[in-house]
Design a protein around this ligand. Sequence first.
Ligand code: GLY
Length: 376
Amino acid sequence: MTSDQTGDVVRVPVALGERSYDILIGSGLLARAGSLIREVLPKAKAAVVTDATVADLHLATLNASLASAGVETSASVIPPGESSKSFPVFEQVVDQVIGGRYERGDAVVALGGGVVGDLSGFVAGVVRRGMRFVQIPTSLLAQVDSSVGGKTGINVSHGKNLVGVFHQPDLVIADTDVLDTLSERHFRAGYAEVAKYGLIDDAGFFTWLEANWQAVFAGGAARTHAIATSCRSKAAIVARDERETGDRALLNLGHTFGHALEAATGYSDKLVHGEAIAIGMVLAHDFSVHMNLMGPDDATRVRRHFEAVGLPTRLDQVPGDLPDADGLLALIAQDKKVVRGTLTFILTHGIGQSFIAKDVPGEAVKGFLAGASERG
Ligand code: GLY
């Protein structure tokens, strides 16, 4: 996997044969989106999907850029928030895309965070049996994770992301400046996914983050480097396991515990995704110590780094009452990473040394969680 830098733009290729595409990362890219899309999809019209919050901040810039590149466009503006990843909103966007006479060669353009990207990608994946798709992620989490790799979908009453398709974008445009409009809380939550790439298999990146995280928060070259390193790491994993039959599961480090905490807090603003997986990643390291897979020093480093950044690291920081160890285990068992009754976790031998552990005994998880609940 290679990447190159043209002017201030970093290009990270995602190598997937005929479905390969580039992630472009840099300052001021939203204002250039029209011509960047034109280069990749010369004749496509653009069915933009965004949410009301992002529309207020960024839709005018995107529209001006599309107009100056001669790209015909219209926009579907959905309500902000996870509840838009639903059949009714999906149907509404599908109606608008088909009603707008967009064809298979035209592009659905997602301007927003993970919710907009996941919903729009699903629309692009199924309308007319698959339209072109461009991601313009506006949250840190979407720039380093959800906009890359082709997972799309909506939530149903049985759980999150249970209906969807793999549908790779044709282009991802990550404008690092738009992140300045995020609240510090949401930037920090996205940062948990950045740190995850160091913890998975890049100890050097984690060490760099320990020294440079404040510069990443401030913006500029350090932020671009962190996003590009994260995207390069994700691109490499997706290129070798697009459909998550193996290594792609490593991207779920911290997510098994984290999803249980999100479920326990009703997927609400009490605990946003990045905060849940920050606690989840600390627990995954502590659980690895508990299972004698590693010594305690790296687990302490992970906890200290997240504490320094201001991310939650302990169960007693989750607002409201949490279920006991049995209840948390039941939530974990409902998670999609349970294969035929056995628990699959991403565990680790140390920072940058994570691995997929199958057949993890539920009793060991329960004993660990009981101790973790007592410690807080
Ligand atoms: N967010 C995890 C993945 O893309 O596989």
